[in-house]
Design a protein around this ligand. Structure first.
Ligand code: RTP
Length: 148
């Protein structure tokens, strides 16, 4: 079963959106396989966003991610990487559809509430970085009500 890394950024935490965001993934039928409420330091945030290190917004992005605690999660399910990105909405909230997390709650790209892995390779790297001990090992009792 596919897994993805989802992070509620400091603005999502400060604005009290943690419960709503988790609820959207749970209600869809995805399984929570890891969760941490943590502050990350600058080197860790730079590592997470290393692919963007040449971008002009990189230092502002790192400042933003280290500005407060984040909720780091592993979610599991069929197509969870792509479907997770759909639940989250387009990177720029000005273009995110209503009904998506960013479309409903965010206005600016630099305060877009949430991160989700964008590929299988990205998910694998991000889960390894944030959860070196791997995902929690549990099975949902409602699995057969979600999958045929
Ligand atoms: P994320 O990694 O956070 O899920 O976002 P994403 O894949 O949708 O977007 P990406 O291009 O990877 O950018 C990562 C984060 O950098 C911030 N950003 N700011 N000021 C800007 O032009 C700009 N562009 C991107 C956003 O917080 C974005 O989520």
């Amino acid at each position: 079963m596919e897994q993805t890394f989802i992070m509620i950024k400091p603005d999502g935490v400060q604005r009290g959106l943690v419960g709503d965001i988790i609820s959207r993934f749970e209600k869809k039928g995805f399984y929570l396989k890891g969760m941490k409420f943590i502050n990350v330091d600058r080197p860790f945030a730079e590592k997470h966003y290393e692919d963007l290190s040449a971008k002009p917004f990189f230092s502002g992005l790192v400042d933003y991610i280290i500005s407060g605690p984040v909720v780091a999660m592993i979610w599991e399910g069929k197509n969870v990487i792509l479907t997770g990105r759909k639940i989250i909405g387009a990177t720029n909230p000005a273009e995110s559809a209503p009904g998506t997390i960013r479309g409903d709650y965010a206005i600016e790209i630099g305060r877009n509430i949430i991160h989700g892995s964008d590929s299988a390779e990205g998910a694998r790297k991000e889960i390894a970085l944030w959860f070196p001990d791997g995902p929690a090992n549990w099975q949902s009792s409602v699995h057969h009500w979600i999958y045929e």
